[in-house]
Design a protein around this ligand. Structure first.
Ligand SMILES: *[C@@H]1O[C@H](CO)[C@@H](O)[C@H](O)[C@H]1NC(C)=O
Ligand SMILES: *[C@@H]1O[C@H](CO)[C@@H](O)[C@H](O)[C@H]1NC(C)=O
Ligand SMILES: *[C@@H]1O[C@H](CO)[C@@H](O)[C@H](O)[C@H]1NC(C)=O
Length: 170
């Protein structure tokens, strides 16, 4: 009985530890454009784009039926005119496009299937420096694996110590 109890306890703390260590790597969020409605006609992308705060490192996921839509990253003027004969920065058409927001600033996206942009398949977002990302961008890489992640490691070791304490105490 005690053996099983110890094993359960041990597994619990190991899972907690693994989560602690992996938590420090999470600096980006993936946002599905349009949420459940995805990338389609008849969706209000203005209100979708205002629901979230986007940070450098985040990813926009455009999901749609390949061929029915596409994704064109454009300059603001093209976003306003819906005329993608110029001002095009990137084009995606896989149906499952992942667009990483690599730098702070304004991003503009439209669907370039005839009539879709004018119909509302367009939005702009402001991407800000994320705090976690900012730290890793502006700080030169540390000479060793230690250093930058010390607080998280210290926390993990504190938990490990606590776990051992409980194991010995039980
Ligand atoms: C976005 O940031 C603003 C200002 O910092 C804050 O008031 C708002 O709650 C944030 N929205 C979300 C969805 O995090
Ligand atoms: C957008 O569509 C127009 C009209 O079909 C076409 O002329 C233009 O090349 C397209 N632009 C892109 C980036 O696909
Ligand atoms: C991000 O940084 C700003 C200023 O550098 C600070 O005021 C804010 O509290 C930070 N936000 C988080 C979530 O750490």
């Amino acid at each position: 009985m005690t053996g099983i109890h110890l094993l359960t306890c041990y597994s619990f703390w190991m899972i907690l530890l693994v989560n602690l260590f992996s938590a420090e790597k999470v600096v980006s969020t993936t946002y599905t454009v349009g949420d459940e409605e995805e990338w389609n006609t008849g969706v209000n992308y203005l209100s979708w784009s205002q629901k979230y705060n986007f940070s450098v490192g985040d990813v926009l996921a455009f999901n749609y039926v390949k061929g029915q839509h596409n994704v064109v990253e454009v300059v603001e003027e093209t976003y306003r005119s819906c005329d993608a004969s110029s001002g095009v920065l990137a084009t995606y058409n896989s149906g499952m496009d992942q667009v990483k927001l690599t730098q702070a600033g304004n991003y503009w996206f439209i669907c370039n299937i005839s009539g879709h942009c004018l119909g509302g398949m367009k939005f702009g977002i402001v991407v800000r420096e994320g705090n976690a990302t900012k730290a890793s961008v502006s700080t030169p890489p540390p000479p060793t694996a230690n250093g930058v992640h010390t607080p998280a490691k210290a926390r993990a070791w504190a938990f490990l110590a606590a776990a051992l304490g409980i194991l010995l105490w039980v």
